[in-house]
Design a protein around this ligand. Structure first.
Ligand code: NCD
Length: 318
């Protein structure tokens, strides 16, 4: 069974599931950003009453540092409590054979919202089908990672004041990268941008996905870093997704096909650009770049993740 994951947000976020960037349009995205910017300016104490009395469940079937940590922190900073199921395959009744549907129905008795990460594409939509409380997709296999895309877009928006007429570069595992799928979908709602796509041949975006987006956003596939235009506003680097490979030799062959080096930054990155990465990085950005003011992956991008998730939680649960 294929579960629906594209119910439009429309004019109200209240009680909606957040499963895919396909639910959004430019105006719903900008609404999230307005709330995010407001929250960033508020004091910690003044935010605490926002979701007082609520309980958010985090169910993570796949490893996570940032998404888990920032959803947990976002809930607590708004005054909510969390129930955290980390690795439920080992530590919950999932190990006894409980289905996703039953786990979700169980947890929805305790919590006002469920944040779920799962290795299977479509699992968050399945969870939402069975859950009477809103579900947030925190990454479903190679599918989507909508809250990551929103925080990436917010980071671009905060820097350039717009999401249209941008020139961007997306590099790495474009085939298996769920953040890439969500981000491209989101950027396609804003006119006039061109995105250069750099990846090993075997890890290119799926042609059907490119075909769907092509009428909305200009996508240019390139194969060598020498082809990167020197005037991009942002670079979005990603790791090659080892856990999605059946052939580890192929992973080894492609994992470091493209690396951000100081030389590459000197030759191809303009002064006023930003270098983003959803993290974790596993060698594809040299650590020497971390102190470059254009590198935002360990700073603004990550912090924005918490604030964007605070905005979404408050808009859906209030
Ligand atoms: C990403 C993910 O899990 O999809 N990480 C994240 O949530 N920030 C990217 C990745 O794992 O490569």
């Amino acid at each position: 069974m294929i579960y629906k994951d594209d119910q439009p947000i429309g004019t109200s976020f209240i009680n909606k599931d957040i499963l895919s960037l396909r639910q959004f349009d430019s105006s719903s995205i900008l609404k999230v950003f307005k709330r995010t910017a407001t929250f960033k300016k508020k004091t910690a104490v003044s935010l605490l009453s926002t979701l007082r009395g609520k309980v958010i469940a985090l169910i993570f079937y796949e490893p996570s540092s940032r998404t888990f940590g920032s959803f947990s922190a976002a809930s607590k900073r708004l005054g909510a409590n969390t129930i955290e199921y980390i690795n439920p395959q080992a530590y919950s009744s999932v190990s006894k054979g409980e289905t996703l549907a039953d786990t979700v129905r169980t947890v929805s008795n305790y919590a006002d919202a469920i944040v779920i990460r799962h290795p299977t594409k479509g699992a968050a939509a399945e969870a939402a089908f069975f859950s009477p409380v809103p579900v947030f997709n925190a990454g479903d296999g190679i599918g989507e990672h909508p809250t990551q895309a929103l925080l990436d877009m917010f980071t671009i928006y905060e820097k350039f004041g717009r999401l249209h007429n941008l020139k961007g570069l997306m590099t790495g595992d474009l085939l298996n990268g769920r953040t890439v799928h969500s981000l491209l979908q989101g950027l396609s709602y804003f006119k006039g941008s061109t995105i250069y796509l750099l990846s090993p041949k075997s890890l290119r975006l799926e042609p059907e996905f490119v075909a769907k987006l092509k009428s909305k956003i200009k996508l240019v596939e390139i194969t060598k870093d020498s082809e990167i235009p020197a005037d991009c506003d942002f670079w979005y680097w990603t790791r090659v997704q080892k856990e999605r490979f059946s052939d580890l030799k192929e992973y080894e062959r492609t994992k470091h096909a493209f690396i951000v080096t100081e030389k590459l930054m000197r030759e191809k990155a303009k002064k006023n650009m930003i270098l983003m990465h959803p993290l974790p990085r596993v060698g594809e950005i040299e650590t020497a770049i971390d102190s470059d003011p254009r590198a935002v992956y360990l700073t603004d991008e990550m912090k924005n993740g918490m604030y964007v998730r605070m905005a979404l939680l408050s808009m859906i649960l209030k």
